[in-house]
Design a protein around this ligand. Structure first.
Ligand code: BES
Ligand code: MN
Ligand code: ZN
Length: 489
């Protein structure tokens, strides 16, 4: 599919389907739209009338145009109120347009949307992201891969040039798509070994540095928490450390740390039927987003040094499994009483955070499908955010505003650490059920001494049960776009 911006006026465009974005408060056809309507013998006005089209965000209507017309079909997509226009409105409107033209089997498409905030670069980037992400359909595991129809060309009218914005959207989308496919693939396909191979492929493609710590290397570093989780698996654990270094002195140094459980059975505190155990292939969503961000950063080459880290393993059961009640020692010397083997993500992250801090970075962001409690608190679309530095938290939330991904800042309520007090060790790995996402954050905090740090719990948004805007059902690649924006800020 070819996507480009053009300066073709919409009255002159020819092709299969012209999609015009309309605001709720500007539904009348004036100026060149009145002219277009005339060229189409009144079809556009008729379409609006007959569908009772009001311009509500993401609503659509389409109709066939008379035989001698320069276009085959005309469509309208609602953009909501003009003063409420955001980049996310444009992404979602693009998704609605793409779904419509696919349904209508239109091969050449013209899109006419207004600019956001008089900013053509951001506008084009958002529309291109909406397009790329909606068009990505994951049919890898279907035997009847239906490729009968594909859109050939999309022209964005009124935005000539903008090759940089289009390329940025493309590279970021490729990162999101990598993360989606890693999350959607089951645990018999995506394993610690294949995660390490994916990191190798990224390192090769974009000339990033790659260090894979094997089990013995992790033992030498005293990563008892990570290795405690890995013990029962038949597969070797892999500690992945990818580094992007810019040419010259980096403006700053960052670390992104992702939870990488390629499967979470719960361990001996096994997840019962009905707990969603069959979805626990998604428990490497943090690591997937980390690799997706590495891919995008590797190709966009900002002036920032970024470390991409994940301690990858499975949480399984066997005669070698860690027992409930075991005491593990993490690489910073802290001891942990395992009162629940299903709170494994925080154990793997503990050693990964200690490792990240030793790199002397200016800030660390970790992201993890960490707790069901966070899904209860914020639902499927919103991730929780905790931070020890309001400056970095605000910076990150600002990057999220631009990407349209939703994060909600949650309290780092120190008092709740009481719930993690252990009789025998420095701490337990789980506290009481109330505030479970908060105690998980407080647990992680024990492994970051002084580096400004943000923790993201992405257990809800890592997966979509059904198509939603530009996210097709399946792994969402959530957080990749915000992470990349944040690195670029
Ligand atoms: N991977 C899960 C969290 C999870 C739950 C992710 C639902 C996505 C959807 C995590 O390892 C886990 O099992 N957490 C436990 C913690 C509890 C034992 C304190 C949970 O949330 O139940
Ligand atoms: Mn678990
Ligand atoms: Zn888990």
């Amino acid at each position: 599919m070819d996507f480009r911006g053009t300066d073709t006026p919409r009255v002159n465009w020819t092709g299969d389907c012209l999609v015009v974005g309309l605001f709720e408060d500007a539904i009348e056809l004036t100026g060149d739209l009145a002219e277009l309507d005339q060229t189409l013998s009144g079809t556009l006005q008729e379409l609006i009338n007959e569908f009772e089209f009001k311009g509500k965000a993401e609503s659509t209507a389409v109709t066939r145009v008379g035989a001698n017309s320069p276009i085959r079909k005309i469509a309208v997509v609602g953009l909501g109120k003009s003063d409420a226009l955001t980049l996310e409105t444009l992404r979602r409107a693009t998704a609605a347009a793409v779904r419509l033209v696919k349904r209508e089997k239109c091969k050449t498409v013209g899109i006419s949307f207004p600019a956001w905030n008089n900013d053509p670069a951001q506008t084009v980037q958002a529309i291109a992201e909406g397009l790329e992400l909606t068009l990505h359909n994951d049919h890898r595991f279907k035997s009847d891969d239906d490729k009968t129809f594909e859109i050939q060309q999309v022209e964005l009218l009124g935005f000539p040039g903008q090759e940089d914005a289009i390329n940025r959207a493309r590279q970021i989308s490729l990162g999101v798509i990598l993360a989606r496919e890693l999350v959607s693939a089951p645990a018999n396909i995506v394993t610690p070994i294949t995660m390490a191979e994916t990191a190798e492929a990224i390192a090769r493609e974009y000339a990033l540095e790659l260090e894979i710590l094997e089990q013995e290397d992790c033992e030498k570093l005293g990563m008892g928490a990570f290795l405690g989780v890995a013990k029962a698996s038949e597969l070797p654990p892999k500690f992945i450390h990818l580094t992007y270094r810019p040419q010259g002195t980096p403006r700053r140094k960052l670390a992104i740390v992702g939870k990488g459980l390629t499967f979470d059975s719960g361990g001996l505190n096994i997840k019962p039927t009905g707990s969603g155990i069959e979805m626990m292939k998604t428990d490497m969503g943090g690591a997937a987003a980390t690799l997706g961000a590495a891919k995008a950063v590797g190709s966009l080459k900002p002036d920032v040094e970024v470390h991409f880290i994940s301690a990858v393993t499975e949480n399984m059961i066997s005669g070698r499994a860690m027992h409930p009640g075991d005491i593990l020692t993490a690489s910073n010397g802290k001891t942990i009483e395992i009162n629940n083997t299903d709170a494994e993500g925080r154990l793997t992250l503990a050693d990964a955070l200690v490792f990240a801090e030793k790199l002397g970075v200016d800030a660390i962001v970790d992201l993890a499908t960490l707790t069901g409690a966070c899904v209860i608190a914020l639902g499927d679309d919103i991730a929780g955010l905790w931070s020890t530095s309001q400056a970095i938290a605000t910076e990150f939330l600002e990057a999220a505003k631009q990407s349209g991904e939703k994060f909600w800042q949650m309290p780092m309520e120190e008092k709740y650490f009481d719930g993690l007090k252990s009789v025998v060790a420095d701490m337990k790995n789980t506290g009481p059920r109330p505030g479970g996402a908060i105690t998980a954050s407080l647990f992680l905090k024990q492994f970051v001494k002084e580096t400004p740090w943000v923790h993201l719990d992405i257990a809800g948004p890592v997966w979509a049960d059904k198509d939603n805007g530009y996210n097709n059902a399946g792994g969402t690649g959530f957080a990749v776009r915000t992470l990349v924006n944040w690195v670029l800020t």
